[in-house]
Ligand binder design. Structure first.
Ligand SMILES: [Zn+2]
Length: 253
């Protein structure tokens, strides 16, 4: 009979892909925590003491805040990934805030414990190195996307990214949140969303946005979403299926 923590491993694609011996290395050091919307996993400048694996439909964003109070999303991480020590290698200061965007459970473990487990297991090290590469690819693509692609395409990219992680076309996200993620004014975003709605791509409801036709939305979005997805498939074996559903990651060979 699997323990509660073992069952949690099924809710995160990285953890689900672990070999039994790697699973055994991490399991004793993990704890499940439920976070509300807006909770801070770590703050910029503070040491990253814990690595967090979003479970199920929990979504975390890495946010950079500017001196003038404005902020923007730099990466969005759901159950395909991990937040914290993977990137910083633990015990180092965070360069971003990590905020819970869509509430739910997270499995977390002490960064130092993860480092120790990685020292003991080459396959664990390899998996997290590959994931770090994918996360970096995601961020690099965003840099180019933000510089080159119009807001309506970036907006669709973000919605598709969220759909991948939720496995649902109904995205429980407010216009305020989406505007903050894209670094634009709410009123400006409202005009963009209205335009996308008039094109039949999305439906904007109270506290939610629905992607009406995944194929059409992908065709209108910039190529960045597909580029990142391909990189995940190549490097991690992770895998967004053709329908946009995430499926299990194959353990590294
Ligand atoms: Zn783009």
């Amino acid at each position: 009979m699997p323990s509660a923590s073992e069952r949690c491993f099924e809710g995160n694609l990285l953890l689900r892909s672990l070999r039994p011996e790697d699973r055994a290395l991490l399991l004793p050091h993990t704890e499940r925590i439920d976070y509300g919307r807006g909770a801070t996993l770590f703050a910029a400048g503070r040491e990253v003491d814990f690595i967090s694996f979003p479970l199920e439909q929990t979504v975390v964003t890495l946010v950079i805040s500017m001196i003038d109070g404005r902020s923007a999303e730099t990466a969005t991480i759901g159950r395909e990934g991990a937040v914290g020590g993977v990137v910083s290698n633990g015990g180092l200061p965070a360069s971003t805030h990590a905020l819970v965007q869509l509430p739910g459970p997270v499995l977390r473990m002490d960064s130092a414990r993860l480092q120790e487990a990685k020292r003991r297991s080459e396959s664990l090290r390899d998996l997290f190195t590959r994931y770090s590469d994918c996360l970096l690819a995601q961020v690099l693509q965003s840099v180019a996307c933000n510089a080159l692609h119009p807001i309506e395409e970036r907006c669709l990219r973000w919605l598709l990214t969220l759909q991948d992680r939720l496995e649902s076309p109904v995205l429980p996200i407010t216009q305020e949140t989406l505007a903050a993620m894209l670094g634009v004014q709410r009123t400006y975003l409202t005009r963009i969303l209205r335009m996308l709605q008039q094109q039949g791509l999305i439906e904007v409801g109270r506290g939610r946005i629905t992607i009406l036709n995944r194929g059409d939305a992908e065709a209108v979005a910039c190529e960045c979403h597909a580029c990142v997805r391909r990189h995940f498939q190549t490097v991690l074996g992770a895998v967004y299926s053709p329908t946009g559903r995430l499926v299990a990651i194959e353990p590294p060979a």
